[in-house]
Design a protein. Sequence first.
Length: 138
Amino acid sequence: MKIYSIYGGYYNTNTQPVFKAVSVPTQKQVNELRVFSHHIYEYEKGLRSLILTTEKLSNIDIIESKLKKRNIDYLIQKISDRNINVFFGRPEAVNVIRSFNQPKLNKYTPEQDFILGTLLGYDKLQQCERYLKFLNKK
């Protein structure tokens, strides 16, 4: 990630120009985060109330910066040495995922899996079928 100092375009109380360091993602990071950026667009347009995306751990600073800048509630869970799961969206939905206190999706109970799928906007009847399959395996 490159750091540039740029003129912020505003003044402090002493009418001195204020300079601000800004993180500028590399072209590789921009490419890696295209789907993430599209998810932000969908959330801001009201198409989804909760988003789950798996991203590279190396992009965590950019991801957090974008979500904080837009005042979007989020939860980031490390799932390996290279990857993270990023949940973001409405605070109520993110808080439900936080309450699970489980970073591994494959360790979710059938009920947690059902709730997650429903919050992500998956077909409710398919979620019911999936839930029943989980119960029959146990």
